[in-house]
Design a protein around this ligand. Sequence first.
Ligand SMILES: *Cc1c(COP(=O)(O)O)cnc(C)c1O
Length: 372
Amino acid sequence: MEPKIWLSSPHMSGFERQYIDEAFNSNWIAPLGPNVTGFEQSLESYLGEGVHVAALSSGTGAIHLALIMLGVTAGDEVICQSKTFSASANPIVYQGAIPVFVDSEPESWNISPELLEEAIRDRINKGKKPKAIVAVHLYGMPYMVNEVNDIASRYDIPVIEDSAESLGSTYNGRKCGTFGDLSILSFNGNKIITTSGGGALVAHSEELKNKAVFLSTQARDKSPAYLHSQIGYNYRMSNVVAGIGRGQMEVLDSYVSKRRANHELYRQELPEGEFSFLDEPDGHFSNRWLSCVLTNSIETREGVRLLLESHNIECRPLWKPMHQQPVFENAPKYLNGVSDELFEKGLCLPSGSNLTENELNRVITTIKSYFD
Ligand SMILES: *Cc1c(COP(=O)(O)O)cnc(C)c1O
């Protein structure tokens, strides 16, 4: 069997170890400590816009805290992009709230502004104004930020920007992760940079950041005794894994370039007419976290996928939309067919920043052989 080629595996730069060693040498193994602060500062200066970052244990936890901070409670409705990974939607249910799924537009594959507005109006007519909107820059491609923000502010509904897949992407020159009322990042093992597991909440004031830190460390009131006037969570990032994050920040931009180069190579080398690619709309710069292709039919998509699998090459269909998931069967949904078609025809190819030329050639040769 040929060695495994992964879709997107962790890529350590070598810089991580010094920060981990510091944590061990100074016995900062307990949560918090200088690596957490250092990682947060490094993210803040990378993102710009004067943001404040709270490092957390996962992107999912960050979305959960964002919903809590926006006052989402049982019975509320929250609009969520249907074409996404389930972690965008699950925390809505943790709050006892109801996800309302909205389909994509074909330009960025993200939440359709047209359908978003239709959904908001319809929910209001049915008696409930949505409490928040979860919009996602899927695979690193920025959503239609201006259009989404316009609608959100016209109806006065806050946006949670799910930037889990889009660290390093920009929209009109501004970094993704800075566009939401609250934004979230993920450093899970498959993301563009990883802390082995982790996430962050990005806020536009120090107060909101402090609130996130307070809630993520068990909501302990200022008092010598453990005094609690709110329900807390154990969602803070540990000082050990934050050290990995600090090392990864030193190479983030080079990882963005490498992933974009992977994408360009697939564009050049894969048989013309059999595949199409998502172009960057004006003003959109994607980190190309995962390289996605569209085939001409579900048969080709499955054929190519199974062939790659038989050569020990990992690849996956695009995310199955949330409105198709059994667990969300009863959720309200506003559809236009776009995400269903993407799911049928789309495939994520190996995309890691650590892929070698040989590995990429193996992927391309194998795919070409399907059409011979
Ligand atoms: C990975 C991911 C998350 C969740 O992040 P975790 O750190 O794995 O909890 C949320 N949303 C999207 C779109 C993701 O890809």
